[in-house]
Design a protein around this ligand. Structure first.
Ligand code: ASP
Ligand code: MG
Length: 410
């Protein structure tokens, strides 16, 4: 049995007209003799509407009831779409998470998929040609409905493709694919034909919201090739896949940015063993994601410690560090919200030097001051003043000639 998994996002299912468009996409693999598992999101805006209702009813909405509530968005789009298919004489039915079941852990609002009963689904596929499945939802061990976090239908689709060993996993959305950078700020941004999992994870963690990060982690773990493409065109999109040594890689694949950061500096920290643990331990305990960390060389036994945290966590960070002032032994805490992280991403960097220096030169030529730098095997990140974000993105896009297809030639 050849199985194709296709996922359609909220804008693709938002009304009858769009769902008719979706139907055309589903009919294609069906005509070629495949069984199709269609994973749907809620109609656009619906999940937000339901979350607003929960907040109206309660200032502390019960997490399990919230999941029962928000999961209805997907139930609506699935049942309606199954009706459309049946009108065309197609053997189709809707399937909800608990009916499979798609078993998750019990963390409501951000549940993780533990198991999918693939035999049950394969059994249903003997009987039906199309299963219209509710994305985003699962069912905990104790029989409660759970949801997988915002954008979670992507993860539902990839997980189903992995469990069913599908031949193809297509994620249909309202953009043509994954771009070299945000087309809203750089008109030269180019759609990528292909991107490897690790690059996509970096892009997604920097806020390129085409795919939920967890779906990419899942795809990487189970080696599911994902095709991200538009519902509203026939153009091929972007293939998200594993690294293939035989293929020529680009030196740099994309430039991502993140404006949701804040910088914290602890001035005149007493430089003694254990000081980093005293600072960062309590932040980690509160699940605050500290990203870039720089410690200056110490002078007369004191040093400055600078790091970044998500903007939303700044208040809590300051509170925690205030309490630890004497334990850490710092003089002053400074924080800055007007910073942005710009990241150059590319697996080609693993084997080629000079990316960082080219980036620094390009930014210098535009007079953009770099506040902090961090690097990994496949990325170089610069923290800059937020007001230069657009300029920096455009400058780096140009410096690495991302508007044209580039491959490394030995
Ligand atoms: N409907 C959910 C959300 O808006 C899940 C999804 O669309 O992927 O986050
Ligand atoms: Mg989405």
């Amino acid at each position: 049995m050849n199985i194709v998994v296709q996922k359609f996002g909220g804008t693709s299912v938002r009304n009858l007209e769009c769902q008719r468009q979706v139907m055309k996409k589903v009919l294609r693999p069906l005509r070629d003799g495949n069984k199709v598992v269609v994973v749907l999101s809620a109609m656009s805006g619906e999940t937000n509407r339901l979350l607003d209702l929960a907040r109206e009813w309660s200032s502390t909405p019960d997490p399990a009831e919230t999941d029962t509530l928000v999961s209805t968005g997907e139930q609506v789009s699935c049942s309606l779409f199954a009706m459309l298919l049946k009108n065309q004489g197609i053997q189709a039915r809707s399937v909800l998470g608990f009916q499979v079941p798609i078993t998750t852990d019990g963390s409501h609002g951000r549940a993780r998929i533990m198991d999918i009963d693939a035999d049950k689904l394969k059994g249903l596929l003997e009987e039906y040609d199309v299963l219209v499945m509710a994305g985003f939802q699962g069912c905990s061990d104790c029989g409660r409905i759970t949801t997988l976090g915002r954008g979670g239908s992507d993860t539902s689709a990839v997980a189903l493709a992995a469990a069913l060993e599908a031949d193809l996993c297509e994620i249909y959305t309202d953009v043509p694919g994954v771009f070299t950078t945000d087309p809203n700020i750089c008109s030269d941004a180019r759609k990528l034909d292909r991107i490897v999992y690790d690059e996509m994870l970096e892009m997604a963690s920097m806020g390129a919201k085409v795919l939920q990060i967890r779906s990419v982690e899942f795809a990487k773990k189970y080696n599911v090739t994902v095709h991200v493409r538009s519902t509203f065109s026939d153009e091929p999109g972007t293939i998200v896949t594993q690294e293939d040594e035989n293929m020529e890689a680009a030196l740099v694949s994309g430039i991502a940015y993140d404006r949701d950061q804040a910088r914290v500096t602890l001035v005149h920290v007493i430089d003694k063993p254990g000081v980093s643990a005293t600072i960062f331990g309590p932040l980690a305990d509160k699940k605050i994601l500290v990203d870039m960390i720089v410690q200056n060389p110490s002078k007369d036994g004191v040093t400055d410690m600078t790091f970044t945290v998500p903007r939303a966590d700044l208040d809590q960070t300051v509170k925690i560090l205030d309490k630890l002032k004497y334990e850490i032994g710092y003089e002053e805490l400074r924080s800055d919200l007007n910073v942005a992280k710009i990241t150059i991403i590319g697996v080609g960097m693993r084997s080629h030097s000079g990316v960082a220096s080219r980036a620094f030169r390009a930014l210098a030529d535009e007079n953009v001051n770099i506040l902090m730098i961090s690097t990994s095997e496949i990325k170089v990140t610069c923290l800059i003043d937020d007001k230069y974000t657009e300029l920096a993105v455009r400058t780096l896009h140009k410096a690495f000639q991302l508007e044209e297809e580039q491959t490394i030639r030995e």
